[in-house]
Design a protein around this ligand. Structure first.
Ligand code: PMP
Length: 377
């Protein structure tokens, strides 16, 4: 057995999801997947690809047609990668795994936010790297001074950015982008920027990948699970300069050869005919966000207004319980499931993650139940 596995925990989100299955009548706000049907363009694209027998291996990088579409799409966001600098993967998850596997030597230090999507820390642990956390402020903004100090003092090799954020909903502001670009320029560090929720930004979108001067130091991760509501179809990508691509692609090649062919074609059709659906879903998410935030405030919880993704991360610190205890009591006493903040690392203690990938009825009922629970405390 790989000795590193001892440090690796099963995802707290899954663990909690399993607990929810045991409670009859529980409403769950735990899942990070859009509740919308697959857009018609993607459905039709899948069927067409099957009927046209597009079911063989594709090139390792993925089909040219889709990589060209991604390149054009990124261009509309002021991010420039040509098709050969883009590799299509089995979800953003595979992209992250390949990138870290190609980069990390034993004991290499990787700077990761906390709270954050749990995969970063787990992958680094599996590979025998060393996780160093950087902090967020009360508004969940990244602490760029903390990042810079740690890069300088602790021999950090890699920096992970994850915005819009799962679980906080924070995004990168223009000022933060400018400050970060300077830090990246001045220091010897490679940045992995996971922007899987880019299509769900409720404010103007900024990314360090927009700065051409630091392109050699950036690896951009994107994906379609959230954008096209297709979590089970498993298509994502990463984009980077050639010298990084040449190494990372080897992991992808020996890992999966290529992303599923028909799903690649379906996403290609999604770009051509399905972008209106993306806008539609975003509008609905934005309305739900306002509803959930207002209800949480009415209930008396401290909540930072999310600016992206589809999660709210209210504080439960004033109730003097751990996140896990709060979430378990809420589940068993009022039958509402939210993920304890600690599932996203140490920085999540004192918070709960609510996903608003649920119908208005489910959101309304679960917030009523949460209110009842809080009144009892
Ligand atoms: N990054 C973040 C921040 C995520 O929240 C997720 C999924 N929840 C992923 C990457 C991976 O998504 P997928 O593999 O479905 O593209």
């Amino acid at each position: 057995m790989n000795v590193n596995m001892k440090n690796v925990k099963i995802s707290g989100i899954r663990k909690f999801y399993n607990e929810v299955q045991k409670v009859d009548g529980a409403i769950s706000l735990t899942l990070g997947q859009p509740d919308f049907e697959l857009p018609k363009a993607i459905k039709d694209g899948l069927i067409k690809a099957i009927n046209e027998n597009k079911t063989t291996y594709t090139s390792n990088l993925g089909i040219d047609e889709l990589r060209n579409e991604i390149s054009k799409y990124l261009n509309t966001k002021d991010i420039s990668y040509n098709a050969n600098e883009i590799c299509i993967t089995v979800g953003g998850s595979e992209a992250l795994f390949n990138i870290f596997t190609a980069l990390i030597n034993k004991n290499d230090k990787v700077l990761i936010p906390t709270p954050a999507y749990p995969a970063y820390e787990s992958i680094v642990d599996i590979l025998g790297g060393e996780v160093v956390n950087y902090s967020l402020d009360e508004q969940f903004n990244i602490n760029i001074d903390d990042i810079e100090n740690k890069i300088k003092d602790m021999n950090i090799k890699y920096l992970v950015l994850s915005l819009p954020s799962n679980p906080t909903g924070a995004v990168l502001s223009k000022e933060e982008k400018e400050k970060l670009v300077r830090v990246i320029k001045d220091n010897d560090v490679i940045v992995i920027t996971d922007e899987i929720y880019e299509a769900l930004c409720y404010e103007e979108y900024y990314s360090v990948a927009q700065c051409k001067e630091i392109k050699e130091k950036i690896i951009y991760v994107g994906g379609f699970s959230k954008m096209f509501s297709m979590t089970g179809l498993r298509v994502g990508y990463y984009a980077c300069s050639e010298y990084l691509m040449n190494e990372i692609i080897k992991v992808h090649q020996y890992n999966v050869s290529c992303a599923p062919s028909i799903c690649q074609w379906a996403v290609y059709d999604g770009f051509k005919y399905g972008l209106n659906d993306v806008e539609y879903m975003k509008r609905i998410f934005s309305k739900r966000k306002d509803f959930v935030v207002n209800r949480l405030k009415e209930i008396g919880l401290d909540v930072v207004i999310p600016k992206g993704a589809f999660y709210v991360f209210p504080s439960i610190k004033k109730y003097n319980m751990s996140s896990e205890e709060f979430a378990l009591r809420l589940l068993h006493e009022e039958k509402v499931a939210c993920v304890p903040g600690t599932a996203f690392g140490n920085g999540g203690e004192g918070y709960l993650r609510l996903s608003y990938c649920y119908s208005d009825e489910e959101l309304n009922e679960s917030l009523n139940r949460l209110e009842k629970f809080i009144k009892k405390l």
